[in-house]
Design a protein around this ligand. Structure first.
Ligand SMILES: [Zn+2]
Length: 440
C-alpha cells in the first residue's frame, strides 16, 4: 500500500462516460407502471432527483421511459438495460396509450418470488403452477411481475406468456398526471452570476444577478437552466451557480442498499501496476479490478446503483477517484487494494482502513465485521491517511484484501472463490450499515 500517495499529482482528469452495467430493479418499482415520452431534444438522466446529481446518461426526444417512482418534480425511470435514473418531470410528457398495460402469463412450475432479479435476493413468496401473473417487464432469465401491490421477480422459465394483455391497477396517487401544469422549479443563485442569452459560458450577458436571487426555471438544457429573473428578463444560468431548494432533501442519504449509489474503486491500473506478487509477473492492479467487478455484480443484483472509478486496465490518477464519489453524492466509496510487506511472506491478512472516525468509521466497522469466513486473518479496522479517503466527502473505506507478496495470501487473492466471497460479504456489510441507520 505504500505506493498510494506517491503518484505524481497530475491535473485533475474529468471522468467521462461513467459506465453503468445492468442494474437490477429497486424495491420502489410500482406495479402501476406508467410511461413517459421524452419531449425535449435531449434529456439528462441523473443519479438522483435533482440537478445537483451527476449525469448518468441521456435520452433523446421520442424515447419512452418506464416511470417507477416520483420525488418532488422528478421521475425515477427505468432505461434500456434495466438501468435506473432520474429525469426532470417538466422535460417529459405522459403517454396515455401505453399506461398500465401488462402481459398475462401462466406459471408452469412452482416458483419462488424474489425481491430482485437474483437467486440470492430475498424471497417474498412463491407461486404454484397454473396461477396467472401480470408481467411488467422481462429481461433474459428474469421476469418482473405485479405482486402484492408491488413488483417482484420470478425466473422467466417458470412462466408461459398467454399472448393476452391486461390492465394493472390504477395508480393510487394521481400526481403523475400533473405534468401539464409544468411545476415551476425555483432556484437561487449561490454566487454573483451572469444571466446569458444562450446556454454557454461564451454567450452574451443579459444582466448580472446578485447572490441569492430567486429564479423561475423554464427548462433545463444540459447543465444550464433557462430562467426568468425577478425583473421579468429571461436567459440562461449555469446549473453550478445556483442551488435548487430541494437539494437539501434530495441529497438525503439512502436508507437501504437498493436506494444507494456505491462507488467502487479498483486500486491502480494501467502504468500504475500496484504491488507485485512474488512471481514477479502478477500485479495488484489485476486483482483489484477482478474483485471490484464481482462486488459490482453482487451490488447491482441487490438493486444498488454502482459506479466504478475504472472498468478496464487503464491509469486513473488518485484525485478523480474521490471526485467520482463526491460528484455522485455516493452513499459509500469502497476502494480495493492488496498489501505488500517489505520482505516476502512476512505478513498476512486483510485490513479495512478509514480516515474520518465520524464519516468513515461506521462504514469500515460494518464492512469489516461482514468479512467473515475468509481463509485469511482479519487484521481489523485501522486509520489510513490515503488520498482517496482524505479527499472524499462521502463515507469512504479502503480494503487491503491480503498481502500480494505472501505466497499463501496470493493463492487466495487470485482465486475467484475468494473474490466472490468478498463480494457477498461486502453486500452483507452494506446492508448491515444501512440497517443500523448510521448512514446520514
Ligand atoms: Zn494498492
Amino acid at each position: 500500500m505504500k505506493h498510494i500517495g506517491q503518484l505524481k499529482k497530475w491535473p485533475l482528469i474529468i471522468l467521462l462516460a461513467v459506465l453503468f452495467g445492468v442494474g437490477a430493479a429497486t424495491t420502489s418499482v410500482m406495479a402501476n407502471t406508467q410511461y413517459m415520452t421524452v419531449k425535449a431534444d435531449t434529456v439528462n438522466v441523473r443519479l438522483g432527483p435533482g440537478l445537483a446529481y451527476g449525469i448518468m446518461g441521456q435520452v433523446k426526444s421520442g424515447n419512452q421511459l418506464t416511470i417507477i417512482g416520483a420525488k418532488n418534480s422528478w421521475y425515477q425511470v427505468r432505461l434500456a438495460g434495466n438501468r435506473i435514473g432520474w429525469v426532470a418531470s417538466w422535460l417529459v410528457d405522459q403517454s396515455e396509450a401505453a399506461t398500465t398495460r401488462a402481459k398475462v402469463a401462466t406459471v408452469n412450475q412452482p416458483v419462488n418470488v424474489r425481491e430482485y432479479a437474483s437467486q440470492d435476493a430475498k424471497q417474498l413468496g412463491s407461486l404454484n403452477a397454473g396461477v396467472s401473473v401480470k408481467v411488467v417487464y422481462q429481461e433474459g432469465n428474469w421476469t418482473q411481475i405485479a405482486y402484492n401491490n408491488t413488483a417482484a421477480w420470478i425466473t422467466s422459465s417458470s412462466i408461459q406468456l398467454t399472448g393476452k394483455t391486461t390492465n394493472l391497477a390504477q395508480p393510487a396517487q394521481a400526481n403523475l398526471t400533473q405534468t401539464q401544469s409544468n411545476p415551476s422549479l425555483k432556484v437561487t443563485t449561490n454566487t454573483t452570476t451572469n444571466l446569458r442569452n444562450a446556454a454557454g459560458i461564451n454567450a452574451p450577458v443579459v444582466e448580472k444577478l446578485d447572490k441569492g436571487t430567486e429564479l423561475t426555471v423554464i427548462k433545463q438544457q444540459d447543465d444550464w437552466y433557462q430562467v426568468t429573473a425577478p425583473d421579468g428578463k429571461t436567459g440562461f444560468v449555469a446549473s453550478w451557480t445556483v442551488s435548487a431548494p430541494n437539494d437539501g432533501q434530495t441529497k438525503k442519504a439512502a436508507t437501504k442498499l437498493s436506494e444507494a449509489t456505491i462507488v467502487l474503486d479498483p486500486g491502480h491500473g494501467g502504468s500504475d501496476t500496484g504491488a507485485i506478487a512474488n512471481d514477479g509477473s502478477d500485479y495488484e492492479k489485476t486483482y483489484t479490478l477482478k474483485t471490484a467487478d464481482l462486488v459490482a455484480n453482487a451490488l447491482r443484483a441487490a438493486g444498488a446503483n454502482v459506479i466504478m472509478t475504472r472498468t478496464t486496465d487503464k491509469f486513473v490518477d488518485l484525485a478523480p477517484r474521490p471526485a467520482t464519489a463526491n460528484n455522485a453524492h455516493a452513499d459509500a466509496f469502497i476502494s480495493f487494494h492488496f498489501d505488500s510487506s517489505p520482505s516476502k511472506n512476512s505478513a498476512s491478512g486483510f485490513t479495512t482502513y478509514y480516515y474520518s472516525s465520524k464519516k468513515d468509521l461506521p462504514l469500515a466497522k460494518s464492512i469489516n465485521r461482514a468479512l467473515t469466513g475468509l481463509p485469511l486473518k482479519n487484521r481489523g479496522v485501522a486509520f489510513g491517511n490515503f488520498e482517496v479517503l482524505r479527499d472524499n466527502n462521502q463515507p469512504a473505506i479502503l480494503n487491503e484484501m491480503g498481502y500480494i507478496n505472501n505466497d499463501k495470501d496470493f493463492k487466495y487473492i487470485k482465486d475467484p472463490t475468494y473474490q466472490s466471497k468478498i463480494a457477498t460479504d461486502i453486500v452483507n456489510g452494506l446492508n448491515a450499515y444501512f440497517k443500523a441507520g448510521n448512514h446520514q
